[in-house]
Write a protein of this length. Structure first.
Length: 238
């Protein structure tokens, strides 16, 4: 009963405070979506099958600075063949994020009010936000065969704050893979082949020798994973 009472009090306080969603603070975000893995070259098994599109969960931890910009650490993955021939990919990295709508604070008069679930608010305390992000990180993908390397990411997101501490929205991230030109045939043993124009060929070598021996083009792919976002926001009030 005490726990229920505390939760009820917290919910009441959340709904009764000003929208204030544009202030600086920390946020944690869960982003379930569908990962579209687009490639004609990333072969992941001995039968020549390519990496697949599938459900893609994502997690983010971010910092918003004064409603203008911030930084965000993120993780995403996609998995297929669960229970049979499992495979999948993972992406871990970070982005810089800007929120350009805040610039309109200098254009929209302070006495202009817009509606929100907490009542009329000014533009700075609007209950929605639009973000643009850019960054990158490390990625690995595989099934019987595997690849690893870096990725470059950019994208857009939209958030609507139900309360100052809780938001729903969507995210549209594009990840361009930049794999090393080396295909693992046995990741645990660290052995594989060099790739040339996206295709693996040549003798089996050790991964530690690939930097000197593998100079061709690695397989290419684009991972687009639109997602619904569920965000918990911890407002600094600045």
């Amino acid at each position: 009963m005490r726990a229920i009472a505390l939760l009820s009090l917290a919910a009441a306080l959340s709904f009764s405070t000003s929208a204030a969603a544009r202030n600086g603070g920390l946020y944690f975000e869960f982003a379930p979506g569908y990962g579209n893995f687009m490639t004609e070259e990333v072969v992941v098994d001995d039968q020549g099958n390519l990496g697949e599109s599938s459900f893609s969960p994502g997690l983010k931890l971010g910092l918003n600075l004064f409603g203008w910009a911030g930084a965000e650490a993120n993780f995403a993955g996609h998995f297929w063949g669960v229970g049979s021939d499992p495979g999948g990919g993972g992406y871990i990295g970070g982005v810089a994020r800007i929120t350009p709508l805040e610039a309109l604070t200098f254009v929209v008069p302070a006495d202009v009010q817009i509606p929100s679930l907490q009542g009329p608010v000014n533009w700075h305390n609007r209950p929605f936000d639009l973000g643009f992000s850019m960054g990158g990180g490390y990625t690995i993908i595989g099934e019987d065969l595997a690849y690893q390397g870096a990725y470059f990411q950019w994208g857009f997101d939209f958030k609507y704050f139900i309360t100052p501490n809780f938001a729903l929205g969507f995210d549209l991230p594009f990840r361009h893979t930049m794999y090393d030109p080396f295909q693992y045939v046995n990741y645990n043993d660290g052995i594989g082949r060099c790739t040339e124009n996206g295709v693996a060929s040549g003798p089996i070598i050790r991964a530690e020798d690939s930097g000197d021996l593998c100079t061709g083009r690695a397989p290419e792919a684009l991972f687009f994973a639109p997602a619904i976002t569920i965000t918990g926001n911890f407002d600094f009030g600045i």
